[in-house]
Design a protein around this ligand. Structure first.
Ligand code: ADP
Length: 321
């Protein structure tokens, strides 16, 4: 059985990462493992910046957003030299397995380390829900709920003033967060990168149609992959006569206390990762598929495409008119 493991968070942070760290540390300690907390993602691994955890090191973090291990992006880790430093640290510390919590970029790093003899298990932690093999990524539910609460507030004031609110939401290159937020917020129109759109037809004409049926305030959700909300707001105001304001929600979407769903899934995934590592099994991604926690080869996982549910998109259009 493996005796020493490390855990790190890498790439963009996401609410629920702490719950995953807690599960990894507690599960590892319960199995009698030494568990290292590696700081600032792969940077901490290259620079040997880490400390040993115990059962109490992760007390009172399940409810906290962000990541107590801090996160980072590191271009040096992608070089052979950086990779070698990381491996040397593992050898020096006796680390025989790693849990990497992050997005698909971090998964690539985990794959490269696994190939070089350090078994890594990756856990999907990103608000974007943009990882092919996973129905769900840690942080997505919290972020979606934050967006919903923020847009509800924006809607209140849009309603008071008969305005249109154009709101940009995160998701990096993927529209899932925008699509489901659009549904939850009852947006008149939702623009996502996966579905080609015609601004005149899909925004202006839809607004005019709903105006005719008596609607006087509007919410339009735009994925950050499309952007340009200020310009859109000007165009909407010019073409429809409705006073329009643009809002970019920004990093408020990444913070905050994780929802129950994120805490539960993160706990399940962290626990599952340690059960794999204890037997020396690496190069795996822990994923949720059809509400079940399972694991997949990282190579395979990275080749899987994340596809938007077009029926869901059509439904969102049909009921928001
Ligand atoms: P995320 O994990 O959220 O997708 P990034 O794409 O920024 O975020 O990746 C996080 C880190 O993972 C990078 O800073 C880098 O250290 C490592 N990484 C990303 N891509 C690769 C790659 N192709 N090979 C090795 N390491 C990578």
């Amino acid at each position: 059985m493996i005796k020493t493991i490390g855990v790190l968070t890498s790439g963009g942070d996401a609410p629920g990462m702490n719950a995953a760290i807690r599960a990894v540390v507690r599960a590892g300690c319960e199995l009698g493992m030494k568990v290292y907390a590696i700081k600032r993602g792969y940077n901490g691994l290259m620079e040997d910046d880490m400390y040993e955890m115990n059962l109490r090191s992760v007390s009172d973090i399940i409810n906290r957003g962000g990541t107590i291990l801090y996160s980072a992006r590191s271009s040096r880790f992608k070089t052979e030299e950086g990779m070698q430093d990381a491996i040397n640290t593992c050898k020096k510390r006796g680390i025989e397995g790693l849990v990497v919590i992050g997005g698909d970029g971090s998964f690539r790093g985990a794959r490269d380390l696994s190939l070089r003899g350090i078994p890594c298990v990756a856990i999907p932690g990103t608000i974007d829900n943009d990882i092919g093999c996973c129905d769900y990524t840690i942080g997505y539910d919290t972020s979606m709920n934050t967006i919903m609460q923020m847009v509800d507030r924006i809607r209140d004031t849009a309603e008071s003033h008969d305005r249109c609110a154009v709101v940009e939401v995160m998701g990096r290159g993927a529209g899932y967060l925008a699509l489901t937020s659009g549904i939850a917020c009852g947006a008149t129109s939702t623009l996502i990168p996966e579905v080609p759109f015609d601004f005149e037809r899909d925004v202006i004409d839809r607004m005019k149609r709903t105006q005719k049926s008596g609607k006087v305030h509007f919410v339009i959700i735009v994925s950050e992959a499309i952007g340009g909300v200020e310009e859109m707001a000007k165009r909407i105001q010019a073409e429809t006569g409705v006073e329009t304001r643009a809002t970019i929600l920004g990093h408020v979407q990444r913070g905050g206390s994780p929802t129950a769903k994120d805490r539960i899934v993160a706990s399940q995934m962290g626990y599952h990762a340690v059960q794999l590592l204890k037997d020396g099994i690496g190069n795996r991604v822990v994923a949720m598929q059809k509400e079940k926690i399972l694991d997949i080869d990282i190579f395979e996982a990275l080749n899987m495409k994340n596809e938007i549910d077009l029926n869901m998109y059509k439904m969102s259009l049909d009921i928001s008119i």
